[in-house]
Ligand binder design. Structure first.
Ligand SMILES: NC(=O)C1=CN([C@@H]2O[C@H](COP(=O)(O)OP(=O)(O)OC[C@H]3O[C@@H](n4cnc5c(N)ncnc54)[C@H](OP(=O)(O)O)[C@@H]3O)[C@@H](O)[C@H]2O)[C@@H](O)CC1
Ligand SMILES: Nc1ncnc2c1ncn2[C@@H]1O[C@H](COP(=O)(O)OP(=O)(O)O)[C@@H](O)[C@H]1O
Ligand SMILES: [K+]
Length: 463
């Protein structure tokens, strides 16, 4: 069983192609199904602690996996019952069905069991479950002590996080061969519970991966404040937001943070404060410039953004600055020599790039290509995309992050990492997102953005 971090993510189509490649190398659908079913059964056997199991089987190969699981658990001595939507349709599923010698109950009035295994539908689901299957699944999951989905919870689309209908929340999802987008994209991810990947002997590869713990080394013995990275934060109408970003940058490992803002909230004394001036942006020691948190949207904000776009250093564009990015400024972003990272939430993303089509992954990729910038598409799920490049998905984070100012903290954290490695903006964005999520995980519940900025010290120190 492999946890999600740092693993490839494959769509349903990519899984089919990977399965076909394995078959070209001598595997069969039956052998893959046997391996998948036995891997699932081994986990269920361990977790069931002898309790009776109910396996729900659908018409396709996900159902086929279910029959293999049921037969393997019965052979191991567990009390197992099977209920199915009907007869299996594929050859492999028919063969697997033949290996189950017990009765097959109908779904409509099936009695629940303490352990529920959902093998109704997986990557082949194309529409909502019918009302009988949906009701039976909901009832059995609600009554179970432990509910386990095989590959995906039945009722979620594989590629875009969409729910086709009502889908109950499972305790555990055992995904076969590789993670799928819906294990990380909302709302589907919220139905998966814990997700673990089971090896079924296929070689899964993708440029889309789950976010991994970054490799950010501590400062070397020769480090000084400028070598660790100098971050300048351009403030504006709401000084508190820029101060949050500044504190976050300092606590994420920046050696020097310069807050270019007038008056307002007090930040830690380690932050150097100066009123904004265009000349300040020409300081060659600045490793990254952050603009947007608390910038405002007035004429002065526009002028500061234009100065920032013209500055020679890497840039993080967030909040208000994203709202000010018209076509002319987007062209400036594209033409810059130094890197740009943009951190829109969904409202900012839609306003900038339009509603678009496809999954959050597709949309983030298209935006990165269009802007020629790394895009951090934030929300309850976060997608990080590089232009013509890789994509990383952050798993479900701490929902207490849904409070004002936490995005300002993220911009500062990303700025700190970017200042230390200006040649690797995509990796810097990923590391900033990881630090932010780790800080939130560490503080737990009912925090405010100021607490989150402070918690970045412990998150950074943990690396
Ligand atoms: N890839 C791999 O490497 C391996 C994959 N394996 C397993 O195979 C799974 C994928 O199997 P799959 O392609 O047969 O699809 P699956 O999800 O079982 O269901 C599709 C069936 O249901 C039907 N159908 C669709 N929607 C429906 C609805 N709402 N209500 C009713 N029917 C509906 C649809 O037919 P349709 O009606 O759309 O023509 C089709 O008959 C995968 O998740 C994994 O568990 C492993 O065994 C081995 C290695
Ligand atoms: N439900 C949630 N679960 C996990 N993370 C969340 C959730 N809601 C928001 N976040 C995270 O919190 C931050 C909010 O940023 P943003 O919307 O820009 O807030 P603000 O503009 O107030 O600073 C983002 O990093 C986002 O990914
Ligand atoms: K399933």
């Amino acid at each position: 069983m492999t946890p999600l971090a740092g693993q490839p993510i494959l769509t349903a189509g990519e899984m089919r192609a990977t399965e076909a490649a394995a078959i070209d190398r001598g595997a069969t659908v039956d052998s893959l199904m046997a391996r998948a079913g036995h891997a699932v059964a081994a986990v269920v056997l361990r977790l069931a602690s002898g309790s009776p199991v109910l396996v729900l089987c659908g018409p396709g190969n996900n159902g086929g996996d279910g029959y293999v699981v049921a037969a393997a658990l019965a052979a191991a001595g567990l009390a197992v019952r099977v209920a199915a939507t009907g007869a299996p349709m594929s050859d492999a599923a028919k063969n697997a069905r033949a290996g189950w010698t017990g009765p097959v109950e109908t779904l409509a009035d099936v009695a629940p069991a303490p352990i529920l295994v959902d093998a109704l539908f997986g990557t082949g689901l194309s529409r909502a479950l019918d009302s009988t299957a949906s009701a039976a699944l909901g009832r059995c999951v609600a009554a179970a002590r432990l509910s386990i989905a095989v590959d995906l919870p039945s009722g979620v689309a594989t590629d875009d996080g969409v729910l086709f209908g009502m889908v109950p929340a499972f305790d555990l999802t055992l995904t076969l061969g590789a993670a799928k987008p819906s294990h990380l994209l909302q709302p589907a991810a919220s139905r998966c519970g814990q997700v673990r990947i089971l090896d079924i002997g296929i070689a899964a590869e993708s440029s889309v991966e789950t976010l991994a713990r970054p490799g950010l080394p501590p400062p070397g013995p020769q480090a000084h404040k400028y070598s660790r990275g100098m971050v300048a934060i351009v403030g504006g109408a709401m000084p508190g937001a820029a101060a949050l970003a500044a504190e976050a940058a300092l606590r994420s490992g920046a050696g020097y943070v310069l807050l270019l803002a007038e008056g307002g909230a007090q930040a830690p004394h380690a932050i150097v404060r100066r009123p904004f001036s265009p000349e300040a942006l020409n300081d060659k020691r600045i490793g990254a410039l952050v603009i947007g948190p608390g910038l405002g949207r007035d004429a002065e904000a526009e002028a500061r953004l234009d100065h920032a776009l013209g500055a020679p250093c890497p840039l993080v564009i967030d909040g208000d600055a994203l709202h000010l990015l018209d076509d002319r400024r987007l062209a400036l972003v594209r033409d810059r020599d130094a890197a740009v990272i943009m951190t829109p939430h969904s409202g900012e993303f839609d306003a900038l790039f339009g509603a678009g089509t496809g999954s959050k992954i597709d949309r983030a990729r298209a935006a990165a290509d269009r802007a020629g910038a790394t895009i951090v598409f934030k929300g309850a799920d976060t997608v990080i995309a590089a232009p013509q490049g890789p994509v990383r998905l952050a798993g479900a984070g701490n929902p207490w992050l849904s409070t004002a100012g936490t995005g300002d903290v993220l911009a500062g954290a990303i700025g700190a990492v970017l200042a230390g490695q200006p040649e690797a903006p995509f990796e810097a964005a990923c590391a900033g997102v990881w630090l932010h999520a780790e800080a939130a995980r560490r503080i737990g519940a009912a925090f405010i953005a100021d607490d989150l900025a402070r918690a970045l010290t412990a998150a950074r120190a943990s690396l």
